[in-house]
Design a protein. Sequence first.
Length: 120
Amino acid sequence: MKFLVVDDSSTMRRIIKNTLGRLGYKDILEAEDGAAAWDIMEKNPEIDVLVTDWNMPEMNGLELVKKVRSKEMFEDMPIIMVTTEGGKAEVITALKAGVNNYIIKPFTPQVLKEKLEAVL
């Protein structure tokens, strides 16, 4: 299973990648913003799961989710948003845009595991 982890914080990308690695997932790509993520997705249509932050430069996570959902080949891809945006309105906005699950930072590895299991 191939993952794409998108966050403008290299530390957060490393935390997510390490957590996924401990869960047995080794095929993990990463990007620092939505625009870079989209470039990677166009070159790697075999990506299975997208884990993205919301607040990033260039193209934010919400814009990325909308772009991903607009493409037929990605319409069923599980998307988990990992963000500091914890308000009810933000969660609803993300879910309406096509996010399958939502994690508020900071989070524990157990939370990522549970949210991932729920979408797979």
